[in-house]
Design a protein around this ligand. Structure first.
Ligand SMILES: [Zn+2]
Length: 139
């Protein structure tokens, strides 16, 4: 599989997402969510998706969610872990706390006006969205 993202040496590893404490039941089918993928114009940037149905997340061997990415093309349906997801559809304190922590951590480190993909996520050949920190668990 080609490495789509060229990673800048100055881009930090994500220390926030792996420690996030969020339950599977925090999300429900129909929720609009975003997976934070980087920084653009001084703000967090990500892929907006819809939560579809519960789905086993094989990289972590935990309950995940099947997500629909309207711009995903061949990868319109992928499975993600709950801690990767941030609510868009409602003002959610739990998700806002995570988003703010990520912004405080990342924005000072990634400057400039060009959009930057920090490359923390990849998609397995089984359409599983996996964070760098979860890659060691299963192949
Ligand atoms: Zn939330």
């Amino acid at each position: 599989m080609p490495e789509a993202v060229s990673r800048d040496a100055c881009i930090p590893a994500d220390t926030i997402t792996p420690d996030r404490d969020i339950t599977h039941a925090h999300f429900a089918p129909g929720d609009q969510i975003v997976v934070i993928k980087g920084v653009a114009d001084g703000e967090l940037w990500g892929d907006a998706m819809t939560v579809v149905t519960p789905s086993w997340h094989t990289p972590t061997e935990e309950d995940g969610w099947r997500l629909r990415d309207p711009n995903g093309g061949a990868l319109s349906f992928i499975t993600g872990h709950p801690r990767y997801l941030v609510h868009l559809s409602k003002r959610c304190p739990d998700c806002l706390i995570y988003q703010r922590a990520l912004a405080d951590y990342l924005l000072p480190k990634v400057g400039g006006t060009k959009p930057v993909d920090v490359g923390w996520y990849s998609i397995t050949d089984r359409n599983q969205l996996v964070h760098d920190a979860d890659k060691g668990n299963a192949r």
